[in-house]
Design a protein around this ligand. Structure first.
Ligand code: NAD
Length: 327
């Protein structure tokens, strides 16, 4: 089968990682960035690709099947919309839009035009998250009671995006994927210590229709480097720790129980602790392969877009809660 002909916009920090993968897996035919220095640098690296600073020039190529958008978040909705309207399949970096209504508009455009729209929620393609989902769905942990994400670091301090949108988008995509519902309650509190109006530290609380609750601690102002998701089930507990090299998932056979004959009395049971083997495949490569498979008609072309729109809706709710706190 012919390789998918792809054009990529955005050659800043993240775009080159996507370019590397798509150059190996597809026909990377166009590269687009507003910055002429970046265009020059990447022209040398990808001599087969045409370079442009004009997104419309790339869209005008009738033979171009798919567009990858790795530009700043504020541009995602506009560029993805134009690409879908030009009849292209679209991979757009996360989040696909800044408002739920905009994300839903993109979903509708993709569905009406029979095109794939896939937001780049990288963690959903992580083998560790896949294993965590399997542990939840197959009942190994028992009924899910609650889960929480930790995404902290003394790390990249952003001025144009707060910790909720920059960091929370990752954990939120995983939480919604694991729970399989949208929350009925979503609130957030945070503080801007470094840049006025840009929260460096955010705490979020979500409650779902099934009664599951979730929490996220997001910060780039923290002594710990943590990328963790903990799921507490009625029978067992599991942790996905992306900072671990080998033990990405740990399952704890720990739970409270009420021994028969001792009505009302809770005891704790602690059993084995084990780590299932997790494939070491690069999540970004798996994500790119998934997009190409969808373009080739393999899989539900609209599921990822709908999941991405749900993430934006919840981010919007959390942002409203964050902004509603009196100064
Ligand atoms: N999945 C992940 O783990 C991950 C990690 C980092 C960044 N990202 C996402 O990648 C995207 C880019 O982030 P970044 O850190 O690389 O930003 P960046 O600012 O480093 O790069 C963005 C690039 O886009 C270019 N650009 C802006 N508007 C354009 C337009 N209209 N047409 C063509 N080029 C345009 C800029 O010139 C710049 O070179 C963001 O959406 C971010 O959320 C994802």
């Amino acid at each position: 089968m012919d390789r998918v002909r792809i054009g990529l916009a955005g050659l800043g920090y993240w775009g080159p990682n996507l370019a590397r993968n798509f150059a190996e897996l597809a026909d990377l035919a166009w590269l687009c960035d507003l910055d002429p220095e970046l265009r020059e640098r990447f022209a040398a690296r990808y001599p087969q690709a045409r370079l442009t600073g004009d997104f419309d020039e790339l869209l005008a190529d009738a033979a171009l099947e798919a567009v990858v958008v790795a530009t700043p978040v504020v541009t995602h909705h506009e560029l993805a919309r134009r690409a879908l309207q030009a009849g292209k399949h679209v991979f757009v970096e996360k989040p696909p839009a800044l408002a739920g209504a905009e994300a839903e508009e993109l979903c509708a455009l993709a569905e009406e035009g029979g095109r794939v729209l896939m937001p780049g929620h990288l963690l959903l393609y992580h083998p560790g998250v896949k294993k965590l989902k399997e542990l939840v769905d197959t009942g190994v942990l028992g009924e899910t009671l609650y889960l929480y994400g930790n995404r902290q670091n003394l790390g990249q301090i952003r001025k144009d995006e707060n910790a909720l949108w920059s960091l929370g988008v990752h954990d939120l995509s995983v939480i919604l994927h694991l729970v399989g519902e949208e929350p009925t309650e979503a609130w957030a509190r945070g503080e801007s210590f470094l840049t006025e109006g840009v929260e460096d530290v955010v705490f979020c609380y979500l409650r779902f229709p099934s009664g599951v609750v979730a929490h996220m601690h997001l910060s780039w102002l923290d002594p710990h480097k943590m990328r963790k998701m903990t799921v507490v089930g009625r029978d067992k507990m599991a942790v996905f720790d992306d900072m671990e090299l080998e033990r990405k998932i740990t399952v704890f056979d720990k739970a409270p129980e009420q021994p028969s004959g001792r009505y009302g009395e809770w005891r704790t049971r602690t059993g084995d602790i084990w780590s299932p083997k997790i494939p070491t495949d690069e999540p970004l490569r798996l994500e790119c392969q998934h997009f190409l498979a969808l373009v080739r008609g393999d899989g539900d072309p609209h599921a990822a877009a709908r999941d991405g729109a749900a993430v934006v809706r919840v981010l919007e709710q959390l942002q409203q809660s964050l902004s509603a706190v009196p100064a």
